[in-house]
Design a protein around this ligand. Sequence first.
Ligand code: NAD
Ligand code: ZN
Length: 244
Amino acid sequence: MYEEAVSRLASARSLAVITGAGISAESGIPTFRGKDGLWRNYKAEELATPEAFERSPSVVWEWYDMRRGVCASAKPNPAHFAVADMERTIEDFLLITQNVDGLHCRAGSKKLLEIHGNIWKARCMKCRSVFEVNETPLKENPVRCKCGSIARPYIVWFGERYEEGILERASEFLSRTDFLIVIGTSGMVTTPVWLVQIADKAGAYIVDINIEPSLVTGIADHFLEGKAGLVLPEFWSNAKSKRH
Ligand code: NAD
Ligand code: ZN
C-alpha cells in the first residue's frame, strides 16, 4: 500500500537504494534490453564480454566510445537528484548502482558503490592499473596504459567476477538496513536480485520502482509503477515531509 510505504520511509533510520539502467533512461541513456538496445546489429551481450574484447579490442572500445558520447551529453534527471537528497537526509545510507554512466555522482551522490564499474575509467591488461579516460571521441583506439600495454574498459562484463570486497560491503549494509528502494532494474543480471533477497531476508521494507513488473517486483513489499523521474521524487517528498 502506498501510504504504508510512505510512512515506513518517513520513519526509516537506514536506507539502501539499488539502481539499474532504468533510472538513466529518462536522461536519454538506453537500457540494454529496450528498443535501442542494438549497435550495428550487435547485442550488448555480444560486446560486453572478455571474449569480444579478446577478439577485437577496437570494436569493443568503439562501442564504449559511442556510449561515452551519449553519457557525456546526458544530464542527471529528477530521480538521480532525489537519490542524492535521500543521502543528505538519512545519515545511514548506501547507494548501490549497476550503472556505469557516472550520473549519480554528477547529481551529488557520494556514498555509492558502482558495482559494475565506470565508463570513464580503463584498466591496463598487463599492470592492471586503473586510470581515467575522459576524452570522447577517443584519441587512440584501443586505449593504452602508460606502460604501453592495451587497456580495457573498467567495467564488469557478462560472466566476470566483481571487484574484490565490493559485494561484501553491499551485502553487509543490506543485511541491516530497514528500507530498500530498487529502481529500474530488470533482474536479468542475477547479482542485484541476490542483493535484494538479502535485504528481504533481513526484514527490510522493499519498494520496487519500474515502468513494468520485473524479477524484483515479486520480492518487494510495494510496487510503484511508473517512470523513475516522476514517481520517485513524489514518493520521496511525501516521505520526507513526514520525517521528524
Ligand atoms: P536492463 O536494461 O536490463 O533493465 C532496465 C530496467 O529499467 C527494465 O526493467 C525497464 O523496465 C526499466 N525501466 C526502463 N525505463 C524506466 C524508467 N523511466 N523508470 C523506471 N524503470 C525503467 O538494466 P539492468 O537491469 O540495469 O541491467 C543491465 C546491465 O547493463 C546493468 O547491470 C548495467 O551495468 C549495464 N547498463 C548500464 C547502463 C547505464 O550505465 N546507464 C545502461 C545500460 C546497461
Ligand atoms: Zn599498464
